[in-house]
Structures are given as structure tokens and as C-alpha cells.
Design a protein around this ligand. Structure first.
Ligand SMILES: [Zn+2]
Ligand SMILES: [Zn+2]
Length: 463
């Protein structure tokens, strides 16, 4: 997928893709939603379209305030990064988003700019990448993605870090499986019948709430290193006789056998996740952190209808692909979509036909005022000599040729052209030359283009 490295996506698109990227469930195509940006579907592509697995998590992120840092806007561009950390309530994947800008270069602040950032993937360590993902000391899989804004006047860079859940399935089972909990509590009751008389066996939520309390105390009161008595009633019924059945788990979380030591905040977040009654505040401001400004939203909400498709339907929906290839989202205003088209063409000119096709199709899909605004941009592109791949197919047809005819040569095409030219009127000549030029440009043939432009004299014109 190296050929996709130079294209980019707007910040709102990147945010949308972050919510849909699930490292644990890669799509059938193997395409990496965050590194292969954006997935460009060539014309007449018949392969698998799935870019999101049907098993992928639709993340529901909650923020981790102690691992987040947002500079005050009045501080201006001090070079301090904005960092937001979060964890998904559903799959327990961790995300860290860092937005930075170089002091003194380009925009005065990472938070406000006059454009929607157009982010181009630069490097990373992840599945399917040149550099593989890393493994943390706690056994978490770590993936990194780095992007830079393509505007020359802008020095904003965005880094993403995904980390797999801290607790594996076995450890979650140890904390939440009712049968395991019942057995552990019964052992405690048998070992200390007098002490535990009348104590109810814990439910999974009791165990998690207790663990959360221990971790909170350790975090907030780390200097005091409070101890938990191993024969504490609550501790024993939740974690077994003297905590022995859960010793590995507790040590993994940073507790020593006697003393409650500082555990990392992400462990606390994990408990919050499993225990959904104590959710931290919603992670709704991620978009603001990355995009740095509010982007113009399409006024007509009917565009939203397409976002209601499920992942599976979405993967086979062409309308979705047009937005995706341009690196935009469906509720963007036409002006932003046109701007994104211009950015894609400037960073990735080789795929201009694909981008023009997307722009044109979005204009047709939207119709109305947006449609005519986009159509103006399409006409400007045509006047600059741009074309879609369909236009190339039509150009061959114009001369009675087939675009996939392997026998065609420069000579035979130019020959056809002169035959047509001889039979056309002066009015039609401009169009005939335009059609040939598209064929020449798409074949990267200077000779055909020269014939279309009639700019060289060394061409041998057949009689
Ligand atoms: Zn998730
Ligand atoms: Zn920018």
C-alpha cells in the first residue's frame, strides 16, 4: 500500500477513522485505516472493499484527565503539545492523541487556524507497516501513527498511540466470573467461618468497586502507602484467602503483598470501564483537540443518512468511498470538500483522476446549491486539463477504440486521430484534440499529447 503514502485526509476524517479503527479486528483487505490514507479505490476495481471489519468495535471513548494536557489558548504557540488520553468503554483499547506545532513557524496556535488541517501520514509503528507494533512491559500491543499538515504555512503535527487492554481475558475472568468469585468466597468462608459469618458473597461489581477503591487510594494517597489488611473481610471475600488466588493479578497492577503502591492511572480507567456505573466524563472533545477549529458543516442534514449504514453495508457503498478517498466526512460543507480536493491533488497529483471522479460524484449526489458549487470547481478542474478515469474510457470510445485494448500503440492512436480530424468540422476539432490529449496524458505519452496540441513538427502525418 506504499502508493497511498502521499495522500492525506482532513482532520475531521481522521477523527472519524480513529473511532472506527480497531487493531484487534483488521479488515479482510488488510488495509490499515490510519496508515493507508485514504484508501483509494481505482476505477473498475473489483476486489474486496471492506476497510472495516464487521467485528470491529465502534469505540466509545472516555477521557483519562490525569494523562491529558490541554494548554490554555492565551498561552499562544509555546510549543507545548495538546495531549488527550482516553480508553474505550467497549473494547478497553487505550488511545492517546497528541497535537503539536513548531513554535515560530506557521500558525500562531495549534488550537485556531484558518483552515481545516489536511493531515498526511508520515511514519509509524503498526500492523502491516514498515516498522511493526511494539510491546509494552505490561504486554500491551502499542501502535503509533504520525501525521503532518500538508499546508506549507502550517506546522501542526498529530500523533496517535493505540494500546491494547491492560488486563487480558483471564484476568478479567478472575475479577468478574460469578462462578470463580463464588468458589473464592466459599474458600474464604471455610477458612474464617467466625470472622466472615453473615458476610454476603460478592458480586462482580462488588469486586471491581473494591479494586477501584484500593487503586484510587493508592493513586491519590501514594505518599502514605496505605496498607490493606490481608484478613480484611471485604478484601478476603473479594480476592480470596489472604488475597492469594489473585496475587499475580494484584502484583501485575502494582500492589506488593503488604503495601498498596502507586498503580498507574490506566488501571483505574480499566476499572471504570468494566464498572460502567462510574464512567468518567465523555470523550466528546477529541475532535476539537485535533482539528483546531470548527469546520463548516453542511447545512442540509440529508447527507447524514449515509452514515447510518452498518460497517458491512458501508464497505460496499460507493458514496462512502468518494468521501473517504477525498479524506473528508459526509457532513462537511461543499467549500471544505472542494478545498480537500485541491489538497489531495497537490500532495498526490498522480491520482488526480480518482479525486476528480470523487468530487464530481459528491456534487451529483448532493445536488442543489452544493451540487452547483462543486460543479463549478469540477469545471475549473476540467479547464486546467484534469479528467476522470471514465473520461479516458470515453476518449477511447470517441475514436472507436477500447481503453483496455493491449494492441494499441502511439502510432495507431495518432493514426485514428488524424483520420477523425480529416472528417470533422472546425467546430468539432477542439473536442477531438481534447479527447486525444486525455488519452495521451493518461498514457504518459508526450508524442500523443504533442499531436493533440500540434506543438511539434517532427510528427509524421499520414496522408
Ligand atoms: Zn472500542
Ligand atoms: Zn494545518
Amino acid at each position: 500500500m506504499t502508493s497511498f503514502q502521499r495522500s492525506g485526509k482532513t482532520a475531521p476524517r481522521l477523527v472519524q477513522d480513529i473511532y472506527e479503527y480497531d487493531p484487534a479486528h483488521p479488515p479482510a483487505t488488510g488495509r490499515n485505516l490510519l496508515a493507508d490514507v485514504p484508501p483509494v479505490f481505482p476505477e473498475y476495481y473489483n476486489g474486496p472493499l471492506e476497510h472495516i471489519s464487521s467485528a470491529a468495535c465502534r469505540h466509545n471513548f472516555v477521557s483519562k484527565p490525569a494523562q491529558s494536557y490541554v494548554p490554555q489558548s492565551e498561552q499562544g504557540n509555546t510549543g507545548a503539545s495538546t495531549k488527550v488520553s482516553a480508553v474505550c468503554l467497549m473494547c478497553r483499547y487505550h488511545l492517546q492523541v497528541e497535537v503539536s506545532s513548531t513554535p515560530g513557524i506557521g500558525q500562531p496556535s495549534t488550537r485556531f487556524s484558518d483552515h481545516v488541517h489536511h493531515l498526511v501520514y508520515k511514519s509509524g509503528k503498526h500492523r502491516g507497516g514498515a516498522a511493526p507494533e511494539e510491546v509494552s512491559p505490561k504486554g500491551q500491543m502499542l501502535e503509533m501513527f504520525h501525521y503532518e499538515c500538508s499546508y506549507l504555512s502550517c506546522s501542526v503535527a498529530v500523533s496517535l498511540r493505540f494500546a491494547s487492554p491492560v488486563l487480558n481475558d483471564d484476568r478479567v475472568r478472575l475479577l468478574t466470573d460469578p462462578e470463580v468469585l463464588r468458589q473464592r468466597a466459599n474458600e474464604a468462608f471455610a477458612a474464617h467461618p467466625d470472622r466472615l459469618e453473615g458476610v454476603a458473597p460478592p458480586t462482580p461489581i462488588n469486586v471491581l468497586l473494591n479494586l477501584r477503591t484500593y487503586i484510587s487510594n493508592a493513586l491519590l494517597d501514594s505518599q502514605q502507602s496505605k496498607s490493606i489488611s490481608a484478613v480484611n473481610k471485604r478484601f478476603m471475600t473479594c480476592f480470596g484467602v489472604e488475597g492469594k488466588p489473585c496475587k499475580d493479578l494484584l502484583e501485575f497492577l502494582g500492589f506488593s503483598s503488604k503495601v498498596c503502591k502507586l498503580a498507574l492511572e490506566y488501571v483505574l480507567a480499566i476499572c471504570n470501564v468494566i464498572n460502567t456505573s462510574t464512567r468518567t466524563k465523555a470523550f466528546g472533545n477529541l475532535l476539537d483537540r485535533i482539528r483546531g477549529q470548527s469546520f463548516p458543516i453542511a447545512i442540509n442534514s440529508r447527507y447524514f443518512s449515509m452514515t447510518l449504514y452498518t460497517n458491512l453495508q458501508r464497505s460496499s457503498n460507493r458514496g462512502q468511498c468518494y468521501y473517504e478517498d477525498l479524506g473528508v466526512v459526509e457532513d462537511m460543507a461543499a467549500s471544505s470538500i472542494i478545498e480537500a480536493f485541491n489538497r489531495q491533488v497537490s500532495v498526490d497529483p498522480a491520482r488526480t483522476p480518482v479525486y476528480l471522479k470523487c468530487l464530481k460524484s459528491i456534487g451529483i449526489l448532493r445536488g442543489g446549491e452544493d451540487g452547483s458549487l462543486i460543479d463549478q470547481a469540477v469545471q475549473v478542474a476540467y479547464s486546467e486539463g484534469k479528467y476522470t478515469e471514465e473520461d479516458v474510457v470515453d476518449a477511447y470510445k470517441y475514436f472507436g477504440l477500447s481503453h483496455d485494448d493491449q494492441r494499441l500503440t502511439e502510432e495507431s492512436i495518432i493514426g485514428k486521430f488524424y483520420a477523425y480530424l480529416g472528417a470533422t468540422t472546425a467546430v468539432q476539432e477542439t473536442e477531438t484534440r481534447r479527447q486525444l490529449w486525455r488519452i495521451g496524458d493518461s498514457r504518459r505519452s508526450e508524442r500523443i499529447k504533442a499531436a493533440a496540441e500540434e506543438s511539434t513538427t517532427e510528427l509524421t502525418q499520414p496522408k
